[in-house]
Design a protein around this ligand. Structure first.
Ligand SMILES: NC(=O)c1ccc[n+]([C@@H]2O[C@H](COP(=O)([O-])OP(=O)(O)OC[C@H]3O[C@@H](n4cnc5c(N)ncnc54)[C@H](O)[C@@H]3O)[C@@H](O)[C@H]2O)c1
Ligand SMILES: [Zn+2]
Ligand SMILES: [Zn+2]
Length: 338
């Protein structure tokens, strides 16, 4: 069967790879239809993800259909459209034992620590599949949106809260939609007006462009001088990590999704003086998948605007190269597989 294989930094190729062995007892064989790419795939392509070794098949944002019945799982009939959770959990680490498998210490994400779904067939444990009344494009958007939905859940976002989301890229957009879905008033923050325009369509009532405006003054204006109840950081820069703690309200919650690539120095006095909840947020739980599916089924997300490129599998190597050269020209790329 065909697969897109990352063979080394900056090298991707459409290749013929061996057919899959039969699906395991608890697995369902899927025919892949479409794959979404995100920043982590770009990082892998560039050879900058320490968790990725070459050769590696990428792909963790999946739209597929059940290809073959498994008598042990009659609920998954051939032809059923699905998306899936690309994570694994060991069942024995502290996170798994606490019922938080999204943060499994030994997680292996599809397309990162193990081969992914940018190929024609994959076998996936039945418990990781989600059915939905969605188009292929929407099915591919489920996984990337779950990351921000999980952050909104971590921040215990509730009606009446004002939530500022720092960074409205692929991940932050999910946090905007997730906080809105939970009934909060959302402020999108970014440097890029195009990203902010999509954030508004995803549910942000207000948008702040920090390239042209003053973050502190505008947040104060929008919150009676108190600051947002919750700030979700989805960028990963030292200055935005710090700004989250500085701008959040007293007794507020700060949720970090961004991975900072360098050390961050803090005025830790603010943690104490404001009595803050400072939370990390990683990957997503089954309930986040179900919430995102409900939101997409209710047509509450600007799917067309969020997806900028859809290309056939043959063009995957070229579009990866173009994306790596000019990342600003692309937001969500999808690859049609079948
Ligand atoms: N915790 C997790 O489970 C998880 C999962 C995936 C990605 N991430 C992390 O989330 C972060 C965001 O990922 P992404 O794919 O959305 O990236 P992205 O590049 O698509 O989005 C980042 C956004 O931040 C904006 N931005 C950059 N600098 C800014 C600044 N100084 N002020 C305001 N806005 C600024 C950009 O314009 C862009 O819209 C990354 O750090 C990534 O590593 C975390
Ligand atoms: Zn992704
Ligand atoms: Zn575990």
């Amino acid at each position: 069967m065909k697969a897109v294989v990352l063979e080394g930094p900056g090298q991707a190729a459409l290749k013929s790879v061996p057919e899959l062995p039969a699906a395991g007892a608890d697995e369902i064989l899927l025919a892949v239809r479409r794959i979404g790419l995100c920043g982590s795939d770009l990082n892998s392509y560039r050879g900058r993800n320490p968790l990725v070794s070459f050769p590696r098949i990428p792909g963790h944002e999946v739209a597929a259909v059940v290809a073959e019945a498994n008598p042990a799982h009659p609920e998954w009939q051939p032809g059923t459209a699905v998306t899936l959770s690309p994570y694994t959990n060991c069942g024995r680490c502290a996170s798994c034992l606490r019922g938080r498998p999204n943060a499994c210490q030994f997680n292996q994400t599809l397309g990162v620590q193990r081969d992914g779904a940018l190929t024609q067939f994959i076998a996936i444990p039945a418990e990781r599949l989600y059915r939905a009344d969605l188009t292929l494009k929407e099915l591919c958007l489920v996984e990337p949106l779950t990351v921000g939905f999980h952050a909104a859940a971590r921040g215990r976002v509730a009606p009446g809260d004002t939530v500022a989301v720092f960074g409205c890229g692929g991940v932050g957009l999910g946090a905007v939609a997730g906080a809105g879905f939970r009934g909060a008033s959302v402020i999108g923050v970014d440097l890029d007006d195009a990203k902010l325009a999509i954030a508004r369509k995803a549910g942000a009532e207000h948008a702040i462009n920090t390239a042209s405006g003053d973050l502190h003054g505008q947040l104060a204006d929008l919150t009676h001088g108190r600051g947002p109840d919750v700030i979700i950081e989805a960028i990963g820069l030292p200055q935005t990590f710090r700004a989250a703690v500085e701008e959040v309200a007293y007794t507020g919650r700060v949720v970090y999704i961004g991975y900072a690539k360098e050390q961050v120095a803090y005025e830790t006095r603010l943690f104490v003086q404001k009595e803050l909840d400072i939370l990390g947020s990683r990957n997503a739980l089954p309930e986040d998948f179900r919430d995102v599916i409900r939101m997409l089924e209710a047509h509450r997300f600007p799917v067309e605007e969020a997806v900028t490129h859809v290309v056939p599998m043959e063009e995957a190597p070229d579009i990866l190269e173009a994306w790596s050269r000019e990342p600003a020209r692309f937001s969500k790329i999808m690859i049609e597989v079948g």
